[in-house]
Write a protein that binds this ligand. Structure first.
Ligand SMILES: *Cc1c(COP(=O)(O)O)cnc(C)c1O
Length: 369
């Protein structure tokens, strides 16, 4: 046992938190960071300036509490998402992780169950344990796919209160077809399951891949979660949001902390949304690099999963740890997500992506794979 864990265990900690480790990817100081799916492009100068002006204005009113209902932000998010949504359908938090936590606080908790289909986002079990929600896992096929039939059958068998579907899925990058969402929603009717579709990477879908936002009308247990951390290059600002039936937002009002979205956060998000076009132009650039990674890895004899996200999950290696280390020696940090034979790499800028591919080519030529 580490000294840290021993110290922790001397505290009167909740039994269900004993032995847990906090979420956290290694944060190493290297030149090319392709490990946590951040937007590598940064904010365009015009957007930085607009945010600074908007925040400056908010600073003048910091003696007052912020708009508790973040009305302007909800209006802007509804307009951005389209699909006939209005501010009544929108809720936001300090990152989509906070919104997910609020959903678990409102609909999960002791005696209730949340379900997901690993490999998927590693925060789901942590959010469940933090809220005292039992966490169960379903199965995917050997190639990490999930069919409507299989997902629905498993949901029927578990009768969970909450189901997480992540699309494009992290860490595999692959999108779910909407028939899976529909089938899970129907299968969850018996247990009145809240179905959360986590579209954190929704803006990176290939053209023509539909969003689960299409399915919202008439489905009051469906929630589509989004974030400004990835496509909008605002991971540091902490802004996530969801779209759902108005009664779902009312449920989240019961558990949110008062004034949870600071005036600074609201000002930042509003300014960024006003410049969505400039930010989404970078998304197109990242998608080009993403598709390039998939095709070049294929050419190198590796096995990249199809990706609709800003990252690529790839297998076909015997010793991914050696590949990870070889990349790091060249200043390129990728993610070992703990799945045998696989690594995950974020699509970077053109030069970053080139550096990653060049180093990988070198390693393979040296017999490291
Ligand atoms: C990055 C990510 C998020 C976003 O989290 P924020 O709290 O909004 O930064 C949510 N879900 C998944 C699957 C992610 O990969």
């Amino acid at each position: 046992m580490t000294e840290q864990l021993a110290r922790l265990n001397r505290l009167p900690l909740r039994d269900d938190l004993r032995g847990l480790t906090p979420y956290g990817a290694p944060q190493l100081d290297v030149p090319i960071l392709l490990n946590v799916n951040e937007n590598t492009h940064g904010l365009p100068k015009s957007v930085r300036e607009a945010i600074a002006i908007s925040v400056e204005r908010a600073v003048a009113g910091l003696n007052r509490y912020p708009d508790r209902e973040f009305t302007e932000l909800r209006d802007r998010l509804a307009a951005y998402l389209g699909h006939g949504l209005t501010s009544e359908n929108i809720w936001a938090g300090n990152g989509s992780n906070e919104v997910l936590q609020q959903i678990l606080q409102a609909f999960g908790g002791p005696g209730r169950t949340a379900m997901s289909f690993p490999p998927t986002y590693s925060m789901y079990p942590l959010l469940a344990s933090g809220t005292g929600t039992r966490y169960v896992t379903g199965r995917r096929s050997d190639d990490f796919g999930l069919t409507a039939e299989s997902a629905a059958e498993q949901v029927r068998a578990e009768a969970p209160n909450i189901v997480f579907l992540c699309t494009p899925n992290n860490p595999t990058g692959t999108a779910l077809s909407l028939d899976v969402v529909e089938a899970v929603y129907e299968a969850g009717a018996a247990s009145e399951a809240i179905v959360i579709v986590d579209e954190a990477y929704g803006e990176f879908f290939h053209a023509g891949t539909p969003s689960a936002l299409e399915l919202l009308p008439g489905r009051e247990r469906l929630i589509v979660s989004r974030t400004m951390s990835k496509a909008f290059a605002l991971a540091g600002a902490r802004i996530g949001y969801m779209a759902a039936a108005p009664e779902v937002t009312d449920a989240l009002r019961l558990v949110r902390l008062p004034y949870h979205l600071s005036a600074i956060t609201q000002a930042t998000a509003n300014a960024a949304l006003e410049h969505a076009d400039a930010l989404l132009a970078n998304v197109e650039d990242i998608k080009v690099q993403r598709d390039r990674i998939v095709s070049e890895l294929q050419d190198l004899g590796l096995k990249p999963a199809p990706s609709d996200a800003n990252f690529v999950f790839f297998g076909g290696m015997e010793d991914p740890r050696a590949v990870w280390e070889g990349l790091l020696e060249a200043g390129v940090l990728v993610r070992d997500v703990g799945i045998p034979g696989h690594l995950r790499v974020t699509a970077g800028t053109e030069p970053e992506t080139s550096a990653f591919l060049a180093r990988l080519r070198e390693l393979l030529a040296a017999g490291i794979r």
